[in-house]
Write a protein that binds this ligand. Structure first.
Ligand code: A2P
Length: 323
């Protein structure tokens, strides 16, 4: 089964190289999608409180665990410390809230969702000013947050800890204080945004890259449009080179895009709530890209960031925001 391919993290734990992404997977769809995914062989599920679907995912996981069809130690569950709680004092309580929603005792990896910290309302939600802009919290520091993250490992609430959306300089600052280095840096990575320097830096430091938006997050086109954001996004499935390679192997463009990433030792978390596409995304190991095809795909980089966080208005005012 494809999902049985793992990478070993610097924490010693094994991470399935293909996970199910759940960003933009609404509550109403995600529970059924988890059922299909687990049935198909997915064992790695990526979520975050800001995706607003942890409770639905928790319901599906509980059913599967209670039925005995899957054991907890076979699952690899990822969730993240939100921007509004990105400060040392909020780390443990925020993870405990996610664990309650997910109906789990521990996560396999807990990630700092972004290096940015925002002020929070009483209920933990993001605070916005009168202009609808996120209010940066400049009192928090990623290194002290990291020290609090490390404590989750000793308390058993997280098997591993990591970061997301960190650049090299931010990682270097964390590594300077770290007793436990981040196990992964989850970043946007696909043929149009290859981030080679950052990928190579992480590899040299033993930090596994997890690629989010490995298919270019087409769903964002609709989300942006409904938020009034007029930004043209590329369609990676329509790139002639990708289509040509897909046709040569009798695979879909999505499968080619994904295989190219995992061949580089990078974890992928493609999102789908569609049963056929979700299965297709797991089925990427029954063909092999030639060195020429890999080289051709590697020339496609456009340094094009699909997820520029435009939806989080005001994020640009935080000095840790680097996109
Ligand atoms: P859907 O959930 O309807 O399948 P990313 O993982 O880069 O964020 O991309 C997710 C987007 O790509 C979603 O819109 C998803 O839609 C779509 N998608 C996921 N897998 C495939 C696939 N195999 N072929 C075509 N579109 C896909």
């Amino acid at each position: 089964m494809a999902s049985n391919q793992f990478l070993t993290l610097n924490s010693g734990h094994k991470m399935p190289i293909i996970g199910l992404g759940t960003w933009q997977a609404p509550d109403s769809e995600v529970e059924a999608a988890i059922d299909v995914a687990l049935e198909a062989g997915y064992r790695h599920i990526d979520t975050a409180p800001v995706y607003l679907n942890e409770k639905a995912i928790g319901r599906a996981l509980k059913r599967w665990l209670d039925s005995g069809k899957v054991k907890r130690e076979e699952l690899f569950i990822v969730t993240k410390l939100p921007t509004a709680a990105n400060r040392a004092r909020d780390v443990e309580s925020t993870l405990k809230k996610s664990l309650a929603d997910l109906q789990l005792d521990y996560v396999d990896i807990y990630l700092i969702h972004s290096p940015v910290t925002a002020e929070a309302n009483e209920d933990g939600s993001l605070k916005f000013d009168a202009d609808g802009l996120m209010v940066p919290d400049l009192s928090a520091d990623i290194t002290t947050t990291w020290t609090a993250m490390e404590k989750l490992v000793s308390s058993g609430l997280a098997k591993s800890v990591g970061v997301s959306n960190f650049d090299q300089e931010q990682l270097e600052r964390v590594l300077k204080v770290a007793k436990i280095p981040p196990a992964t840096n989850q970043i946007e990575h696909h043929v149009y945004l290859q981030q080679r320097d950052l990928v190579n830096f992480c590899k040299a430091k033993g930090i596994v890259i997890t690629a989010y938006s490995p298919l270019g997050s087409k769903g964002l086109i609709k989300v942006n449009a409904s938020a009034g954001i007029n930004r043209k996004l590329p369609d990676l499935f329509d790139i002639p080179e990708v289509k040509e390679i897909a046709a040569a192997h009798g695979k879909s463009p999505a499968q080619v895009l994904l295989r190219w990433i995992v061949d580089n030792g990078i974890v992928i978390i493609p999102k789908s709530t569609n049963p056929e596409r979700l299965k297709q995304n797991l089925n990427v190991f029954d063909f092999k890209l030639t060195p020429e095809e890999i080289a051709k795909l590697s020339t496609l980089d456009q340094n094009f960031r699909v997820c520029d966080w435009s939806l989080l208005r005001g994020v640009q005012r935080h000095p840790e925001y680097r996109f």
